[in-house]
Design a protein around this ligand. Structure first.
Ligand code: NAD
Ligand code: LMR
Length: 329
């Protein structure tokens, strides 16, 4: 049976993450090896030529699953009939820019894109925001899309999740594939909280195996939370291939589900679980089945975790209040 192609829109397609992302989408890693895709690339006018170059390279790969590529600087065209939207393009913080300036500049991007998604996307649209500040940009886009169910707007903390698994594997000598049920709570920022208290390593509790609270507090958490800055320092540019890989993981899991006995981390609109104010886009442990995610309920939160979740949620609340004051939500 011939499947109908899935329309995947990527914004910031000519950027570094875009370059690492598009070839994997086209080769079937995002949705599956039997799912054809149409790519829609959204760029600003200055980025269109480079996007055309990337499209030429995509053509040159002769990917059997790639049915079409459209390049545009018009969000209404880019999101027309979109089933999956990866919002990667964002305004980076530049020298002398205050946090409010950054939020305001990104409001100018994510508000119109949210409206274009609202007006043009397919009914089953799933949105992943990668561009920073990802959680609050997702909130801005979601607020501009009142006709789209709020839970379709998500923010990426899968890179943090993957980073935490890798650090834990290094510390314990375990295989990455043996680590399950790790959680990133809160914001994709330095306040995020990677939680190992419910994680398992080959079926054993990770915190008990590590048995070193000082390592957790002074090494593990800061290494994961500040990894983005460490990459920028080392590479002279922010993470790109690992960010693209995490975006692929996030959407693949959202579409295809979590493995039995495991969960993942996604930035999603809070329903008030674990004391996170309703509506904030915060990272939670989630399971996914049939394209729908659910927050893992009933986890016991110890004092160590509570203080750190609360600190990250406080930052998200402040970001929300700032964009509210700017009239962006
Ligand atoms: P980049 O500067 O290389 O590329 C960004 C692209 O977005 C550029 O080509 C630019 O022209 C385009 N763009 C800007 N405004 C746009 C708009 N309104 N519509 C469409 N395109 C637009 O940046 P990058 O390295 O690809 O990173 C992109 C974003 O992802 C940054 O905000 C970065 O901080 C963020 N990021 C997030 C994570 C995460 O884990 N959530 C990880 C890494 C990077
Ligand atoms: C990352 O986590 O690698 C990025 O979000 C860092 C950044 O500021 O772009």
């Amino acid at each position: 049976m011939t499947r109908t192609p899935v329309n995947v829109t990527v914004t910031g397609a000519a950027g570094q993450i875009g370059y690492a992302l598009l070839f994997r989408i086209a080769s079937g890693h995002l949705l599956g090896a039997d799912v054809p895709v149409n790519l829609r690339l959204l760029e600003i006018p200055q980025g269109l030529k480079a996007a055309e170059g990337t499209a030429m390279e995509l053509d040159d790969c002769a990917f059997p699953l790639l049915r079409g590529i459209e390049i545009t600087d018009d969000p209404n065209v880019a999101f027309d009939g979109a089933n999956v939207a990866l919002l990667v393009g964002a305004r980076p913080r530049t020298k002398g820019m205050e946090r409010g300036d950054l939020l305001s500049a990104n409001g100018g991007i994510f508000k119109p894109q949210g409206k274009a998604i609202n007006d043009n996307a397919a009914d089953d649209i799933k949105v992943l925001v990668v561009g920073n500040p990802a959680n609050t940009n997702a909130l801005i886009a979601q607020a501009a899309a009142p006709d789209v169910p709020a839970e379709r707007f998500t923010a990426m903390t899968r890179l943090d999740h993957n980073r935490a698994i890798s650090q834990l594997a290094k510390k314990t000598g375990a295989a990455v594939s043996d680590i399950k049920r790790l959680t990133i709570w809160g914001n994709h920022s330095a306040t995020q909280y990677p939680d190992v208290f419910h994680a398992e390593i080959a079926g054993k509790n990770a915190a008990e195996l590590v048995n070193d609270e000082a390592w957790l507090a002074d090494t593990f958490i800061p290494t994961v939370a500040k990894r983005g800055a460490a990459i920028i320092e080392a590479r002279g540019a922010s993470s790109a291939a690992s960010a693209a890989n995490a975006a692929i993981d996030h959407v693949h899991t959202w579409v295809n589900g979590t493995a039995e006995g495991d969960w993942t981390s996604m930035g999603i609109p809070s329903d008030g679980s674990y004391g996170v104010p309703e509506g904030l886009i915060s990272s939670f442990p989630v399971t996914v089945k049939n394209g729908t995610y659910e927050i893992v309920q009933g986890l016991e939160i110890n004092d160590f975790s509570r203080a750190r979740i609360d600190a990250s949620v406080k930052e998200l609340t402040e970001e929300r209040d700032a964009v509210r004051a700017l009239g962006l939500i």
